[in-house]
Design a protein around this ligand. Structure first.
Ligand code: ATP
Length: 243
């Protein structure tokens, strides 16, 4: 029987170009409520472009993006945030001249439920205790791993229904990578829906329920993390990325 439950995020035939560069050539994928889905593949495969197009930072040339019953492809990023999508981007994009506390406050700036914001702050401090110790410190002076934790916590402060994560392990010392993925595992247990881009495929498949493998702007393989962990074609998708 076909699955007729509407997906939380449903992307069909998405195409994105930058001038003559066709970054996405018809990408289709779905993320259901409560799922963690990974997007993996070599550099330049189109993973970040997929996330950036979902959050309104790039415009699709063709295709559809549905989120929680709304068509969001090509909409303004602010509207997409209000609908419940929060993006923790590659390179973290923190406000380096502002404190940790201010960065967290900005993450929650669309919310009016002060009690909920206070509760979520405590939840983030439980996951990332270092942020509580560093509240008054300028974000730009944090280590790479601390900045990554702040970027994640800031994205979560918007109380999203879907969290987009771009390379949470990038520029983070190995020990802290483990800590960050443990925290993401805890968020998953709490029911957070995530779409994760990650170069470290072992970590990505460990956390995710399902994954899509991208190569040169297309999805070439998809399945449960358990299936893909055993599939030799996953490693092959990392070869010949420049074709
Ligand atoms: P990486 O891990 O290196 O970020 P990726 O899979 O996330 O890889 P994208 O960053 O989405 O890949 O890039 C897909 C393609 O689109 C690449 O060929 C890239 O050079 C191109 N591209 C992405 N953003 C732009 C842009 N703003 N202008 C021009 N080309 C771009």
């Amino acid at each position: 029987m076909p699955d007729i439950t509407p997906a939380l995020l449903d992307i069909r035939d998405l195409e994105v170009s930058f001038g003559a560069v066709r970054a996405l050539k018809g990408v289709s994928l779905r993320v259901d409520e409560g799922e963690v889905v990974a997007l993996v593949g070599a550099n330049g495969a189109g993973k970040s472009t997929t996330l950036r197009t979902i959050s309104g930072l790039s415009r699709p040339r063709a295709g559809r993006i549905h989120f929680a019953g709304n068509t969001i492809g090509g909409q303004a990023p602010a509207r997409i945030v209000r609908l419940g999508i929060s993006h923790s981007p590659e390179g973290r994009r923190l406000f380096g001249g502002l404190t940790v506390a201010d960065n967290l406050r900005l993450g929650a700036c669309t919310r009016k439920d002060h009690e909920g914001v206070a509760r979520d702050s405590e939840r983030m401090f439980a996951l990332f205790p270092i942020l509580k110790e560093r509240l008054g410190q300028l974000a730009g002076t944090l280590s790479g791993g601390e900045q990554q934790q702040l970027a994640l916590a800031r994205a979560m402060m918007a109380a999203p229904r879907l969290l987009l994560l771009d390379e949470p392990s990038l520029g983070v010392a190995p020990l802290l990578v483990r800590h960050i993925f443990d925290a993401l595992g805890e968020l998953k247990k709490q029911g957070m829906t995530m779409l994760l881009v990650e170069q470290n495929i072992a970590l990505a498949l460990e956390l995710a329920d399902r994954a899509y493998v991208m190569r040169t702007g297309k999805v070439v393989l998809s399945g449960s993390s358990a299936e893909l962990t055993r599939d030799d074609r996953v490693a092959q998708a990392y070869l010949g990325a420049g074709e």
